[in-house]
Write a protein that binds this ligand. Structure first.
Ligand code: COA
Length: 162
């Protein structure tokens, strides 16, 4: 496997991360969640986020996370993605462990994230990392919160202590 290099994302990385999302998520561009990752995350949350490149400088993975502004003991992971050719090799687990360590140092005791009911890969991944999954309604075969993010925007919640 190629050596991986971790660094803070920069604003100029936004365009290629957004460009990777449909491919990495395996969805057509109009259905992919790219709009949930606007440029502001690369402007204002870069110091708690991580971007990974391979030896050739190609985008390999990223994690966009931050410490909650209103719940200072809570960390939040907004987005994580790993290039298809590098999945199931522990890349995301390693990114999460790096983020957990950073957040513990800052005094966080809990980390949260969410996904859609359809994203079984994300649910399996978070379960494997010790997150508790939350939901109150069976939607598309899993427990999720109905209309969590607005009408029709159902979400499975993830939470674990740090
Ligand atoms: C979800 C995702 C980030 C996982 O990244 P990854 O680097 O492949 O994950 P890891 O190799 O660190 O996996 C750690 C554990 O999670 C579980 N896991 C990860 N991917 C899984 C999958 N596709 N199916 C079932 N379990 C999975 C496994 O238990 C795995 O351990 P193992 O490989 O030893 O069995 C990756 O599949 C991805 O980028 N998917 C597309 C984008 C996405 O859905 N992001 C999350 C929503 S924001």
């Amino acid at each position: 496997m190629t050596a991986l290099h971790h660094r803070r994302p920069e604003e100029s990385d936004h365009i290629r991360v957004v460009g990777a999302i449909p491919v990495w998520w395996g969805m057509p561009p109009e259905a992919a969640p790219s709009r949930l990752l606007p440029r502001l995350f690369f402007q204002h949350f870069a110091n708690t986020s991580i971007l990974v490149e391979d030896d050739g400088g190609q985008l390999a993975a990223f994690l966009i996370g931050f410490r909650s502004a209103s719940r200072p003991h809570t960390a939040y992971i907004h987005f994580v993605g790993v290039a298809p050719g590098l999945q199931r090799r522990g890349v995301a687990r390693d990114l999460y462990e790096r983020f957990f360590a950073m957040m513990r140092e800052g005094g966080c005791t809990r980390v949260d994230a969410i996904t859609g009911p359809i994203n079984r890969r994300s649910q399996s991944f978070h379960r494997a990392l010790g997150f508790t999954l939350g939901g109150d309604t069976e939607i598309e075969g899993v427990l999720a919160y109905l209309d969590y993010d607005g009408p029709g925007e159902h979400r499975v919640t993830f939470s674990r202590s740090l």
